[in-house]
Design a protein around this ligand. Structure first.
Ligand SMILES: *[C@@H]1O[C@H](CO)[C@@H](O)[C@H](O)[C@H]1NC(C)=O
Ligand SMILES: *[C@@H]1O[C@H](CO)[C@@H](O)[C@H](O)[C@H]1NC(C)=O
Ligand SMILES: *[C@@H]1O[C@H](CO)[C@@H](O)[C@H](O)[C@H]1NC(C)=O
Ligand SMILES: *[C@@H]1O[C@H](CO)[C@@H](O)[C@H](O)[C@H]1NC(C)=O
Ligand SMILES: *[C@@H]1O[C@H](CO)[C@@H](O)[C@H](O)[C@H]1NC(C)=O
Ligand SMILES: *[C@@H]1O[C@H](CO)[C@@H](O)[C@H](O)[C@H]1NC(C)=O
Ligand SMILES: *[C@@H]1O[C@H](CO)[C@@H](O)[C@H](O)[C@H]1NC(C)=O
Ligand SMILES: *[C@@H]1O[C@H](CO)[C@@H](O)[C@H](O)[C@H]1NC(C)=O
Ligand SMILES: *[C@@H]1O[C@H](CO)[C@@H](O)[C@H](O)[C@H]1NC(C)=O
Length: 683
């Protein structure tokens, strides 16, 4: 050394060195033969972000924040050469280099892992931003039109926390290797091989480490997962033998993609290391940035603020505390039995629901009907808007089966269904928590309110949406779900006026709750299929019947049965049928539609409504056929006048629009005289 540095400058340099080494990126240049980089935290990292991805001030890469239906991408800014670039031309596939990468992630549901959102994917892609990709189940990787297309050239390792049946997902907690599609080439439940296989929960919020390694000679990809405090397990979780040469281009971008759906979840990457032709440098776990605290911060507040106060008035606090705790305990008491422990993620605390709905204030009441009262609320921590349905239910019989069904229904996901988020039980009371639908139920737009009536385009959209939702329930989920109460007041409109079916499977509660000796039929008068009231058996074709009544309801703007003069009820299906017989079917339409309607579509809907209302269940179309007819993929079958005139709708004096049950022994031509509401304490 020819000259000395003055002391302050030396320490300044030390500080700079410490900052640059400890904060982040030590990335080798991409021109390097075997590029590599490592980020022990992302402070001052130069990644290319888009969507809602951002860096936190302490150096976490936060791919998504608590925003619905969004995408977050983060890519290494430079392209990485993945192939030997001396191949002759585009016709040769070239050999893909070996590569190795490892990263640490954490998926946190802001509502303490009660609910899952969508996952994270490590991705190798031809472009930095994956333009055109969609959020939710598409993970920000693909969209509905390019899914499965070989021209995508996308390789991904997904950490998937939602079971999407359209992609044949194995469960809602798995790791998979995806090539050009979200149908994984191979996948396995999250976990690792220690002495034996250990399960892991991806949305637990605990940081976990992933290793992805491709062996260019053996053409094999290994994926390994482990909690952060466990060294890399010897056996990989997944191993895929597949030559990637047709998938990867010469130069590709590497990074992460993540997306949110309707549940608020944050996805974090804490550190990342990558290398071509060699082992990625190990992350220094002690340097990784800290995740934000989760859970109640009450304790620390209590210590800093509350402690001195309590020291002064210890006795007073103790006495009033005991009183308070007892009162509070009574106020927030809920029922929890052993068999419910497995349903942890789907159970809500009564206290949270109480706070969310401001103590079930009348002001928050959205409506009440056959199945109970519905309140609007905002969950205290996550600020998710919810609708809470309060059902009084004295019968404890069948509760276990019913809750099992609720939990399984909570796994249904479709854009035309109102998402059931979970439940809570109290003495004599069941609370169901749903996504909040800002525009309320469809019937409000059909009856008595010409000011806010929907135009034809909107009505047709709602009809198609409800048909798709019902098709999903009948045919596209792992079990057949029968709705049992399809009607306009059970169709809710979301922010974009999409129709979403709500309350599915609820009618079952009343089946479970009743005496098995006398089978009860549950549903709403005017929507009940004749054979349903006769046999008491709920079938998909009984749902199609209700859907038919719903179609006529939407097209005509009238209820299936309307009281007119005393003793005189208007049966909508008969009325439409008369119009059809007279050859002036379109005159049956809702006068509020004005002249702004598509005659062909209106005619189709009315005829389809008649067809679905056929008294013979075998003459009704399936929901799949209904969807095909509405999409104009299939022509409407010719309607025969014969079956329709016998359209056995049953009705009676003094009916109301709420849940009605018939005793099956009565037969449908002699309806029971008392509309027995099964709702204990109902109207
Ligand atoms: C999420 O991130 C986006 C973009 O960075 C920002 O506009 C939005 O306010 C954030 N939302 C929340 C809830 O933090
Ligand atoms: C970050 O990377 C981009 C793309 O390579 C480059 O243009 C930019 O100069 C870099 N910024 C810094 C601060 O290194
Ligand atoms: C591959 O080689 C060709 C010509 O030799 C060159 O134009 C191209 O930029 C190279 N690609 C990469 C990724 O290095
Ligand atoms: C290109 O291919 C031809 C024949 O297939 C071969 O003779 C030639 O050596 C190849 N060139 C390079 C650069 O690999
Ligand atoms: C490139 O890979 C694809 C898919 O594996 C294969 O069909 C094709 O024959 C390969 N082309 C060459 C020139 O090897
Ligand atoms: C799907 O993504 C591709 C790009 O990969 C884009 O060209 C296309 O427009 C997108 N399609 C839709 C329907 O968003
Ligand atoms: C795949 O994508 C390309 C380009 O976007 C398109 O031309 C082609 O038709 C697509 N193939 C399929 C099967 O969708
Ligand atoms: C791990 O999870 C699977 C279901 O994914 C379950 O069948 C198995 O019993 C679990 N194993 C342990 C040890 O909990
Ligand atoms: C990890 O970082 C800590 C603190 O920065 C340092 O003391 C330690 O030597 C590092 N460990 C390795 C293996 O680099």
């Amino acid at each position: 050394m020819a000259f000395k540095l003055p002391i302050p400058l030396v320490s300044l340099l030390t500080i700079i060195i410490i900052i640059t080494t400890s904060s982040a990126a030590t990335a080798a240049a991409a021109q390097d033969k075997n590029p590599s980089f490592i980020y022990n935290g992302f402070r001052s990292a130069n990644l290319s972000l888009d969507g809602i991805a951002q860096f936190t001030s302490n150096g976490l890469l936060k791919l998504t924040n608590e925003t619905k239906q969004q995408i977050g991408h983060a890519f290494y800014p430079e392209p990485i050469p993945f192939k030997n670039n001396n191949s002759n031309s585009s016709t040769a596939n070239g050999t893909v280099f070996s590569f190795s990468t490892t990263f640490v992630f954490s998926i946190r549901s802001e509502f303490q892992s009660i609910l899952s959102g969508h996952g994270i994917a490590f991705v190798i892609a031809p472009t930095r931003g994956l333009p055109g990709a969609r959020p939710s189940q598409y993970l920000g990787l693909f969209n509905e039109s390019n899914l499965g297309n070989e021209t995508n050239h996308v390789f991904a390792v997904e950490l998937d926390t939602i079971e999407s049946h359209e992609f044949f997902d194995i469960n809602d907690n798995h790791v998979g290797i995806d090539i050009n599609s979200l149908k994984s080439e191979i996948s396995y439940p999250a976990g690792y091989y220690g002495d034996h296989f250990v399960n892991l929960t991806l949305i637990s919020g605990r940081p976990m480490q992933v290793w992805v390694e491709y062996d260019g000679l053996e053409k094999r990809t290994d994926v390994t997962l482990a909690p952060i405090n466990i060294p890399k397990p010897r056996l990989p979780l997944l191993s895929l033998s597949r030559d990637l040469s047709s998938v990867l281009n010469d130069a590709m971008y590497v990074g992460f993609s993540s997306s949110t759906g309707s549940v608020l979840v944050s996805h974090y990457i804490l550190g990342w290391s990558f290398k071509i032709n060699g082992q990625a440098q190990e992350l220094n776990l002690s340097q990784l940035p800290k995740l934000p605290r989760v859970g109640p911060k009450k304790r620390s507040k209590f210590l800093t603020i509350g402690l001195p106060v309590i020291c002064v008035s210890l006795i007073l606090a103790a006495v009033s505390g005991v009183v308070y705790v007892i009162r509070r305990k009574r106020k927030f008491a809920e029922e929890l039995e052993d068999w419910e422990l497995d349903y942890g993620p789907h159970r809500f605390r009564y206290k949270d629901l109480y706070i969310a709905t401001k103590g079930f204030r009348e002001k928050e009441l959205l409506g009440s009907g056959g199945f109970g009262r519905v309140y609007r609320g905002t969950l205290p921590k996550s600020k998710i808007e919810i609708a809470v349905k309060k059902i009084s239910h004295e019968s404890r019989q069948g509760m276990k089966e019913f809750v099992a069904e609720i939990v399984s229904i909570g796994r249904l996901r479709h854009r035309n269904l109102v998402q059931l988020l979970g439940y809570c039980r109290r003495k004599g009371e069941l609370l169901l928590v749903y996504d909040y639908m800002p525009n309320g139920s469809l019937d409000k737009y059909l009856y008595n309110q010409p000011k806010v009536t929907l135009n034809w385009r909107q009505r047709y959209g709602v009809i198609k949406g409800v048909a798709l939702g019902l098709l999903y329930l009948h045919e596209e989920w792992e079990q057949v779900v029968i709705h049992r109460d399809v009607k306009a007041s059970n169709v809710l409109l979301d922010g974009e006026l999409n129709g979403r079916l709500g309350d599915f499977g609820l009618a079952r509660l009343y089946d479970h709750g009743t005496d098995p000796q006398t089978t009860h039929v549950v549903g709403t008068l005017g929507y009940l299929a004749p054979e349903h009231s006769r046999t008491g058996k709920a079938t998909t074709s009984a749902d199609v019947f209700s859907f038919g009544a719903f179609l006529l309801e939407v097209a005509c703007g009238r209820r299936p049965i309307e009281r007119q003069e005393p003793e005189e009820n208007l049966i909508l299906v008969d009325c439409v049928f008369d119009f059809w017989n007279r050859g002036e079917l379109l005159e049956a339409r809702d006068p509020n539609l004005g002249t702004e309607y598509v005659a062909e579509e209106l005619e189709l809907v009315l005829k389809l409504g008649l067809l679905c209302s056929h008294s013979d269940p075998t003459a009704r179309p399936s929901m799949r056929q209904v969807v095909q007819i509405l999409e104009r993929d299939v022509a409407l079958p010719v309607i025969s006048a014969l079956g329709l005139s016998a359209s056995g709708i049953t009705y009676q004096e003094g009916f109301d629009d709420f849940a009605v049950s018939y005793s099956s022994s009565m037969g449908f031509t002699r309806p029971s005289s008392v509309a027995e509401s099964l709702l204990s304490g109902g109207r």
